[in-house]
Design a protein around this ligand. Sequence first.
Ligand code: NAI
Ligand code: MG
Length: 354
Amino acid sequence: KTYHIAVIPGDGIGPEVINEGVKVLKKVAELDGRFEFKFAYFPWGCEYYSKHGKMMDDDGIEQLKNFDAIYLGAVGYPGVPDHISLWDLLLKIRKSFDQYVNLRPITCLSEDVCPLKHVKKEDIDMLIIRENSEGEYAGAGDWLFKDKKEEVVLQTGVFSRKGTERIIRYAFETARKAGKALTSVSKGNALNYSMVFWDQIFAEVGREYPDVETYSYLVDAASMFMVQQPKRFEIVVTSNLFGDILTDLGAALTGGLGLAAGANINPERKYPSMFEPVHGSAPDISGQGKANPLASIWSASQMLDFFGFEEHSKRLIKIIEKLLKETECLTPDMGGNALTGDVGDFFVNILESE
Ligand code: NAI
Ligand code: MG
């Protein structure tokens, strides 16, 4: 079988880290022999914007529609406003392809990269399932009374029954399959419409899954517990904004942005899903070969898992763990002096020798 992957390397370190992910994916397929990847490259992003006045082709979504997956580096560059690069490319893809599930694994693979000294690495092993299509990031709002003194802006959260139910149901299914507990993170005390609604739906859907152990935390308390007792969390389901923030907190506990991976999933598989590192284009280090590609390799492993190659996916995570332990292939963000390309080569060597 051939998997067709649309690659959008993007800006800054995007192309640098994506190269390594592609290197690893090719090697995995070659050694397996049952399948192959065909990569098609799209030059979209901020550099493209400065030449063409747009982040992607007008029919870009149409062009991507028939791929099996999208593999994206990062977009964003000084000179192009961040809300344009985000809304006109990333969010456009996520929304057009109904990628309403954002999967962010928060797994600590080495105590050396964890700033918490009171926990064992086994204690940090959770999957955050973030609502990815609406909620606080629905883009609904208004700028009222432009007269300076009276200025008021509104930014409204939009929580639909369909949108809330499907993410919570997805989380229950995931928890059931994994045999793990599910925690909902919300804020029903202060957000007296949206989050009360969220909590109700969590309880409602939960009645269909009596076999799944559930917990419900307020987001402020959850932030504290994530640092003090991360062991409390296994599978976590939360809204768009809270998920955005909690996963960066999670990244800080497990090695930083250089290691944080994310998948934007359309569970119905009607449209392609998108796999990307969580970090941005890092203009401060781009072009120097210093970028850590582990996050993009980790998201490649999520892609393998999505295609049903669970062993390959797990194997890549094992190699990340080995790399962190052996330390000679650490990039500068993790205290080493390896180059981006050395990291991909490390994977290729291990894959070939196993
Ligand atoms: P950033 O993630 O690009 O960088 C933050 C810090 O982490 C920098 O010091 C950077 O050097 C470091 N860093 C990030 N990824 C790294 C890696 N793989 N290896 C080593 N060090 C790494 O976030 P920042 O600086 O806030 O944003 C820069 C640009 O990226 C902005 O234009 C922003 O809009 C965009 N951005 C894009 C995202 C995306 O495409 N998904 C996500 C976040 C930001
Ligand atoms: Mg974020």
